[in-house]
Design a protein around this ligand. Structure first.
Ligand code: FAD
Length: 137
């Protein structure tokens, strides 16, 4: 299940929706093994879409089932709202909001790294990685 799952197709998507759906499927299988529910049909992952924050007030959202892709402040608000809605329990939701608020106020968010890098920085870092000693295996 979740991040540890491996299917015939290979490694599964290491995202929260996949972990939730496989967890629910496993629960159904356990109930079925005690004759408390019907054996479910083979597991099929339903991809709800992807969202990524690019920086302050900027994100990209892609919903393949609607063939919709959006970017900018609207996508960022959507990301924020959906992630907050999905967090279990008001206490953790409030803590997450305070944490993100602090990151945005003090510009300490890790995601800002994406924006702070210049192409030349990345090229330089790739160069540094290539100089690392090779794996003896
Ligand atoms: C920084 C970061 C950002 C992410 N952002 C997103 C995102 O925006 N959207 C998204 O969809 N996904 C995101 N993910 C991926 C998502 O968090 C994972 O895909 C999801 O949490 C996997 O769930 P899981 O239940 O398989 O594993 P986990 O959530 O890792 O849960 C495994 C649990 O098992 C516990 N455990 C481990 N070993 C033992 C043991 N021996 N005994 C008892 N307990 C044990 C661990 O402490 C942990 O609580 C992110 C991941 C990271 C690291």
């Amino acid at each position: 299940m979740g991040d540890m799952a491996r299917t015939r197709e290979g490694i599964s998507p290491q995202v929260a929706p996949f972990a939730i759906q496989t967890g629910q499927y496993a629960a159904q299988m356990i109930l079925a093994s005690y004759n408390l529910a019907r054996v479910p049909p083979p597991f099929v992952y339903r991809n709800p879409g992807s969202m990524v924050v690019l920086g302050r007030y900027d994100a990209v959202c892609h919903f393949p089932w609607k063939n919709v892709m959006c970017r900018g402040a609207g996508a960022w608000i959507l990301w924020l709202g959906l992630h907050l809605a999905k967090i279990l329990g008001p206490r953790i939701r409030l803590l997450a909001l305070a944490d993100w608020g602090q990151d945005y106020l003090f510009r300490s968010a890790t995601m800002e790294i994406i924006r702070s890098f210049q192409t030349s920085d990345i090229a330089q870092n790739i160069g540094e990685f290539e100089e690392w000693p090779k794996d003896p295996k």
